[in-house]
Design a protein around this ligand. Structure first.
Ligand SMILES: Cc1ncc(COP(=O)(O)O)c(C=O)c1O
Length: 245
């Protein structure tokens, strides 16, 4: 049995109340896993840390530096509190197996996962951090948090949109106030023609739109262009809807 909490959900970027979930896991003596694939990296920022309080109580955390940290695809991290649990699951023996590391301080990765012959993935994480430092990542993430707040507040002022979810991190989800599922898909298509990529999730059974401000190449000027385009396209769609009515 385990509880899986989310630190940065795909659709809205929302972080669960991790302190409350950790208390529940402790009470029921079950493993607590946190899916921080998108959100855990925000722990570098003050605002992110405030949302992520409680994540330190997890038994395991997934974290993908290839998402919010903008590192190369396939750079995924699993953090496990007690490595002995992995050894119990994955250790194996065979005459072809390499001898365990002689240095007890060196982790024997062959007994910590399913792979025996492994790619040197850690280099993709270590090298950029070595060259640029964690401060560069923190600045990038803080900028994304600020932009998500900007997008949220600007769209909220526009009566064309409903924004029931204030962004915890860098995802801004919203709805067309007067639009059906087809209108939301049409928004995505029309915006795509202007090189702006939103996705149309279904949240609580209703169509929505999702702006994920994540790339290290996305800056305030791009978000402003996207916001202008979103407002324009919404007017265009509402105009057609009203004419048809
Ligand atoms: C919260 C969350 N967990 C896990 C995943 C899966 O990540 P990947 O596609 O890198 O395997 C995603 C992908 O969007 C995600 O948003």
């Amino acid at each position: 049995m385990m509880i899986v909490a989310t630190a940065g959900s795909t659709d809205t970027g929302t972080v669960d109340d991790l302190t409350a979930v950790a208390a529940l896991a402790r009470e029921h003596r079950v493993w607590l896993h946190v899916d921080g694939a998108y959100g855990a990296g925000y722990v570098l920022t003050g605002r992110g840390r405030a949302h992520l309080t409680g994540i330190e109580q997890a038994d395991s955390i997934t974290f993908d530096p290839h998402k919010a940290w903008s590192l190369p695809y396939g750079t995924s991290v699993l953090l496990v509190r007690d490595a002995a649990t992995l050894r119990r699951a994955f250790s194996t023996t065979g005459h072809y197996m390499p001898a365990a590391a002689l240095d007890p301080e060196t982790p024997d990765f062959t007994s910590l996962g399913v792979e025996l012959t492994r790619e040197y993935r850690a280099l993709r994480l270590w090298l950029p951090l070595y060259v640029h430092g964690t401060d560069a990542v923190t600045v990038h993430l803080d900028e994304k948090l600020t932009m998500a707040q900007l997008a949220y507040h600007e769209l909220r002022q526009d009566p064309a949109f409903d924004l029931p979810w204030a962004p915890d991190l860098g995802v801004v989800a919203f709805r067309l106030r007067h639009g059906d599922a087809g209108d939301h898909v049409r928004m995505v298509e029309l915006l795509q023609q202007r090189a702006i990529s939103l996705s149309p999730p279904t949240i609580r059974g209703r169509a929505a739109l999702r702006m994920c401000i994540c790339s290290h190449r996305t800056h305030a000027e791009h978000v402003r262009i996207a916001l202008d385009a979103i407002r324009d396209v919404a007017r265009e769609i509402h105009g057609t809807t009203l004419k048809a009515a």
